[in-house]
Write a protein that binds this ligand. Structure first.
Ligand SMILES: Cc1ncc(COP(=O)(O)O)c(C=O)c1O
Length: 462
């Protein structure tokens, strides 16, 4: 019988996270404060605990994973690396397709890989409560789960459209002891202001982030901090455990290296997680095509410029150098809620600017078609976000067939879709449509940030 999965043991969980900042061809541009000057770590102290701020700004290549964090991650890690033999056979491709199944975590996605360390570092710092946002509900449930294990309270602002589409995600959060409210809510000034302007808004990650930050910084006890499930450097670093494990597993499958690495990207964390250890190899000469995939309706990487912009709608975060559609942009209500974000991680954006990775966008109908083909060949039902990666994997496998090449394709199967079946329902009943973002709408949203500082396109080290 052919090997179709490689499962490692606890001793193979990586002991260190990989930090791409150490290997970038030129340094990451610093976040800027309201005065346009680089912010200092202590300016972030009301929002994040100092031990995570230190990770955020670190340029050290390897950072040790604390033993207690490893013990918690070992609940489901190492995650299995599968070979998608049945999909390969269906497509008749000479490509070998491997997927890292991050859907095996208790909440069902890659998100706990950072939720656990973030909760743990906050607890170490004496914090009692975390506030956060969630799009699809995967991040909110991951943080609720992590807070339950570590012993913290958790408050989640869930994007309105997902709150309505995915009631079981809210129940998962409540089961783990968290409180979940729809965003925009009346609980914060940011939420009330937005509701006054747009009472029927479906919400967005940018709005929910503003609410969660406000909830953290206005807690008079000083014992609440904010936790972000993607975008930031330390979050992407925590996720590199995916790519580091995949390297060991590919070797056990007898592969030297992947030719193509693919993941969907909302804020960039599962993509950074699987891809960055391979981006490092590419920087050092390896020939690898690395593809982050996003929705056509929220084309941050494929159409939006590299700018300085806020990470949230109410402009509470520092300015980050990133690809952005503008912090006021509210993406159409597609079912891949976790990909409805106006910006992209500074590290992923930087890798695009440096020409290290090649982003791609797909329409939602094509993604659902790919997800259904996947479920009918490989069995597991993917999250709508993951379906974006699958669409690109299928295209790459077909291309390998046309070229007659035995390519090795590795991708991150970022989460299962068992709580996202309302999207499948809408797809099967013919109720889903594709949304392409009109050029004038994008221009209007970008006009609102035209006076913000501009990043130089390339920074050279002296
Ligand atoms: C299953 C799944 N995949 C991908 C994403 C996108 O997030 P990120 O780009 O941070 O990996 C999400 C976000 O909620 C998700 O739930």
């Amino acid at each position: 019988m052919d090997t179709i999965k490689v499962t490692l043991t606890e001793k193979d969980i990586p002991r260190q996270w990989y930090n791409l900042q150490a290997d970038l061809p030129s340094p990451l541009l610093p976040p800027l404060g309201p005065d346009g000057k680089p912010i200092t770590p202590d300016m972030l102290a009301p929002v994040f605990p100092m031990n995570l701020i230190e990770q955020e700004v670190s340029t050290q290549r390897w950072i040790d994973i604390p033993a207690e964090v490893l013990e918690l991650l070992a609940l489901w890690r190492p995650s299995p690396l599968y070979r998608a033999r049945r999909l390969e056979q269906h497509l008749g491709t000479p490509a070998r397709i491997y997927y890292k199944n991050e859907g095996v975590s208790p909440p069902g996605s890659h998100k706990p890989n950072t939720a656990i360390p973030q909760a743990w570092y906050n607890k170490q710092f004496g914090i009692q409560r975390l506030a956060t946002e969630t799009g699809a509900g995967q991040w909110g449930s991951a943080l609720a789960f992590a807070c339950a294990l570590v012993g913290l309270e958790c408050k989640v602002f869930m994007v309105r459209i997902s709150y309505d589409q995915k009631p079981y995600r809210r129940l998962m959060m409540e089961t783990w002891g968290a409180t979940c409210v729809p965003s925009p809510s009346r609980e914060t000034k940011a939420g009330r202001d937005i509701l006054a302007q747009m009472p029927d808004t479906p919400g967005s990650l940018g709005i929910a982030i503003s609410e969660a930050i406000e909830a953290a910084v206005t807690d008079p006890s000083g014992k609440t901090r904010y936790s972000l499930g993607s975008v930031l450097n330390h979050v992407l670093m925590h996720q590199t455990i995916i790519g580091l494990e995949a390297k060991k597993q590919l070797k056990k499958f007898g592969e030297k290296k992947p030719d193509v690495v693919i993941a969907c990207a909302g804020g960039g964390s599962n993509f950074g997680g699987i891809a960055f250890p391979f981006v490092a190899d590419k920087i050092h000469g390896a020939d690898i095509t690395i593809i982050p995939v996003e929705p056509e309706s929220c084309p941050t990487m494929t159409r939006a410029p590299y700018v300085y912009d806020h990470g949230d709608t109410a402009r509470m975060t520092p300015l980050l150098a990133m690809h952005s559609l503008g912090h006021g942009f509210v993406p159409p209500a597609i079912h891949a809620g976790g990909l409805r974000y106006h910006g992209m991680a500074p590290l992923v954006s930087k890798a695009i600017v440096e020409g290290l990775i090649t982003p791609r966008a797909y329409h939602q109908l094509r993604c659902y078609e790919s997800a259904v083909l996947w479920a009918r060949t490989e069995g597991f039902i993917p999250a709508p976000e993951t379906a974006h990666a699958i669409a690109a994997v299928i295209d790459e496998a077909r291309k390998a067939k046309e070229e007659g090449k035995e390519k090795v394709i590795l991708f991150c199967w970022s989460g299962h879709g068992l709580m996202d079946l309302s999207g499948y329902d809408a797809y099967f009943r013919g109720k889903l449509t594709d949304f392409a973002l009109p050029e004038d709408e994008m221009k209007k949203s970008l006009d609102a940030i035209k006076d913000l500082p501009k990043p130089p396109r390339k920074v050279t080290v002296e």
